[in-house]
Ligand binder design. Structure first.
Ligand SMILES: C[S@@+](CC[C@H](N)C(=O)[O-])C[C@H]1O[C@@H](n2cnc3c(N)ncnc32)[C@H](O)[C@@H]1O
Length: 114
């Protein structure tokens, strides 16, 4: 959102997933973290449980977890669940080392730098 205190626009302009979001491989329809971050913040509260029964590489889950939500992800392809696990392990490590705010900044700066 360009102006944080204003009503969200109905058309969102968000770039495709950043290189760091694909470092463990890419799901064919992977969404950018910034898109799901916005959806999670607009529709849930801290402590809520977010369910994505078609989770793919779990971008929704990563955004949910980043903001203190719990997450349940389901997918029929173990390949995508393995990718999800790697991405969660990486995010948890980042958050442990840098803290939540700084690890969220990394999602932004990494994209702008490339
Ligand atoms: C569009 S992708 C998921 C995208 C992800 N939710 C996102 O927002 O980036 C749909 C996923 O649903 C999974 N899928 C399709 N049919 C399914 C089923 N019957 N049960 C569980 N997962 C399924 C596919 O393997 C695929 O990864």
């Amino acid at each position: 959102m360009k102006k944080p205190d204003k009503q969200m626009r109905s058309v969102w302009s968000i770039s495709t997933p950043k290189p760091m979001e694909k470092k463990f491989g890419k799901h064919p329809t992977q969404k950018p973290f910034n898109l799901l971050e916005r959806v999670v913040l607009a529709s849930t509260n801290e402590g809520d449980i977010v369910l994505d029964p078609f989770t793919g590489s779990s971008t929704t889950g990563l955004a949910a977890y980043s903001y203190g939500r719990k997450f349940i992800g389901i997918d029929k392809e173990t390949e995508y669940l393995d990718l999800s696990i790697k991405r969660f392990e990486d995010l948890k490590k980042e958050m442990k080392i840098k803290g939540r705010q700084n690890s969220l900044k990394a999602w932004e700066t990494n994209g702008k730098a490339r």
